[in-house]
Design a protein around this ligand. Structure first.
Ligand SMILES: Nc1ncnc2c1ncn2[C@@H]1O[C@H](COP(=O)(O)OP(=O)(O)OP(=O)(O)O)[C@@H](O)[C@H]1O
Length: 592
């Protein structure tokens, strides 16, 4: 999948076809029972409502000429009764359907979220977060009504039409044919609009997705925006994106307005034709005044369900544009997943073997080529080297966040491609460069990866990484609430918390990616003591630009030129007088 950006419309990889709708039926089918009850209630309510013109016809043609006052009161009461009953039934139905709609939303959204949780890093690398977010929140909301009420209303309106047709044909066949004459014109216009409407709704979904992506990105990057005083420039981009959305929305609405406009005009023309033809062509002998009144009522009622059907159709096309995106996300392959025959990785010692490993994020652009090394359990390895050389990539591969392109990667002799991901990752402790803090308390954040950890264990982990001091200084201590991303904390404090989080899991393999880059030298020295204890007996990979922090590691690997350019202890590499030596001496000189 090509990378996407906030100003690039997403292309659909699989165009909508009937199978998508069948898939939507999976969610609808779960709600079969309440939907059938709602349908029956609605049919009853509509049927009762339909008797009104018949009552009216009887009253005008029979009761009033006969001056039957008692009959008039009786018929009026009956008419009122039909209205009350149909309102009650409609209210019950609408309550039921609101629940059905919400249940469908819940199911789709849960499936989406579950799937998103499984999608590999690569999926998130390739698209703006805002475009993912809009699918889970807005798009799902937009389809709920069509998948619940839309289906029921569709069946009902069809039934309604059939009922009306039966009633009106029962009253007068010729005038009924006049009412039906407008239908072919209407269908022709709808056919002409169909493709345009579908494209228009797709464009609306694209533009709203772009707008969402940019808004999300702007909020996430607001600090940088204000530092570089880019507000005005960003406003320009936002205005352009919002303008695109506005334009597409208006275009779609104009197409939509054509439908009720057509129906209204056809209904008026047909209604007028009934009076003209009824009175002039057929004459008072064939049609009584009551018949004309009743047929006028049926003409208006006949075109109402057609208008409703075209609105349902329109919202269906709209929903299709969103369903396409939702199913596209659900269909996104989980490229990093357990093989069918995957086995549990037994408790590991921590041997890590790269056997001729080649890796590319994008096909054809190798970041690592034919990389081979063997790390013994308990060894501490430093990965150093220039920016962008592939240090983070190496450690990401050990946890199988990406699939390798060639070769074999083994832990204790088990090919990691053949083991269950959970059993692999749960034995690794990884502290990424971006120490993400979740909203909640500091305690929750440390406990994130080990939900059954006791408070004592949490405090012990925090003490080991020197986080206890600053946490205890907060008024609420470990119960201090922090914001998403930890904006109330300093960068170093965030790192210490995520350090504690990583260590709490007691992993056999530890990965620390620039884990101490934001920690002051004194805390780092203190931390180092605790860390040395912790690193004992564990295989560890430490990525650091500050070489002083890694010079005591058992082995230092200098990552460059798509592989390991130099490997050995600090003393060995210094004696080699190669790239590591240059880097180290340069850093030393800077420090003086
Ligand atoms: N998700 C990705 N998709 C495509 N290319 C990527 C991706 N992540 C990293 N790269 C590229 O892979 C190369 C190695 O990146 P990596 O993050 O492993 O480098 P690094 O040595 O850890 O760098 P640094 O010291 O700056 O953290 C870089 O050239 C980078 O542009």
């Amino acid at each position: 999948m090509a990378r996407n950006k906030f100003d690039i419309d997403e292309n659909l990889e699989a165009p909508f076809d009937i199978r998508h709708f069948k898939r939507a039926m999976v969610y609808i089918r779960k709600q079969k029972k309440p939907m059938i009850i709602a349908l029956i209630l609605s049919a009853l309510s509509a049927g009762i409502g339909l008797s009104a013109p018949l009552i009216l016809q009887h009253v005008v043609d029979v009761t009033i000429p006969a001056k039957d006052k008692e009959g008039l009161v009786g018929w009026s009461a009956l008419m009122l009764g039909t209205i009350v009953v149909s309102v009650i039934l409609a209210t019950i139905r609408s309550r039921m359907m609101t629940r059905v709609g919400q249940d469908i939303i819940f199911d789709i959204r849960t499936d989406l979220f579950k799937h998103l949780q499984k999608l590999p890093f690569q999926y998130y690398d390739d698209r703006p977060q805002g475009k993912i977010l809009i699918r889970v929140v807005n798009y799902v909301n937009s389809v709920s009504d069509v998948l619940s009420n839309g289906i029921i209303n569709f069946i009902l309106e069809i039934l309604n039409l059939v009922f009306i047709a039966i009633f009106m044909f029962a009253v007068n066949v010729q005038l009924s044919l006049v009412i039906l004459a407008g239908l072919p014109v209407f269908l022709g216009i709808m056919l002409l609009l169909k493709t345009k409407q579908r494209r228009a709704w797709q464009a609306v979904s694209n533009k709203s997705s772009n707008l969402n992506a940019y808004t999300q990105e702007s909020i996430a990057g607001i600090r940088v925006t204000q530092i570089f005083t880019r507000e005005q420039h960003n406003e320009g981009i936002f205005t352009r994106l919002a303008g695109n959305y506005h334009r597409e929305w208006m275009r779609t609405m104009i197409l939509n307005f054509l439908v009720p406009f057509t129906v209204d005009n056809l209904a008026t023309i047909v209604g007028t034709a009934i009076y003209l033809i009824g009175l002039l062509a057929l004459g008072p002998e064939e049609v009584t005044f009551g018949v004309i009144l009743a047929m006028g009522g049926y003409a208006a009622r006949f075109w109402q369900p057609i208008l409703n059907l075209s609105n349902i159709y329109n919202s269906f096309i709209n929903a299709v544009a969103y369903l396409e995106r939702i199913f596209e996300t659900l269909d996104e392959p989980v490229t990093v997943s357990d093989k069918p025959a995957a086995h549990e990785l037994p408790p590991i010692q921590g041997r890590v073997t790269f056997d001729d490993v080649t890796f590319a994020y994008d096909p054809g652009v190798n970041i690592l080529e034919h990389l081979s090394f063997d790390i013994k359990p308990g060894e501490s390895i430093a990965l150093v080297g220039p920016t962008g050389a592939g240090k983070t990539t190496v450690v990401n591969l050990i946890s199988r966040f990406y699939n390798i392109t060639g070769g074999k990667l083994m832990i204790d002799g088990n090919d990691i491609a053949d083991v269950k991901l959970h059993s692999l990752r749960s034995q690794m402790g990884i502290m990424l460069q971006d120490s993400f803090i979740f909203s909640g308390t500091i305690l929750d954040n440390i406990r994130y990866g080990k939900l059954d950890a006791t408070e004592e264990e949490i405090i012990a982990a925090a003490k080991t990484v020197c986080a206890d001091d600053f946490i205890s200084e907060f008024e609420q201590g470990y119960l201090t609430e922090v914001n998403e991303r930890g904006s109330k904390l300093s960068q170093g404090q965030r790192q210490l918390i995520s350090f504690a989080r990583t260590l709490l899991a007691d992993p056999r393999i530890l990965v620390l990616d620039e884990a101490t880059s934001s920690i002051d030298a004194q805390t780092e020295r203190l931390l180092q003591k605790g860390l040395n204890e912790l690193l004992k007996g564990r295989t560890s990979f430490i990525i650091a630009h500050r070489l002083s922090t890694v010079k005591n590691c058992d082995r230092i690997m200098y990552v460059a030129d798509r592989g390991i350019a130099e490997s050995g202890s600090h003393d060995e590499l210094m004696a080699l007088r190669g790239r590591y030596y240059k880097l180290y001496t340069a850093q030393k000189m800077d420090a003086v």
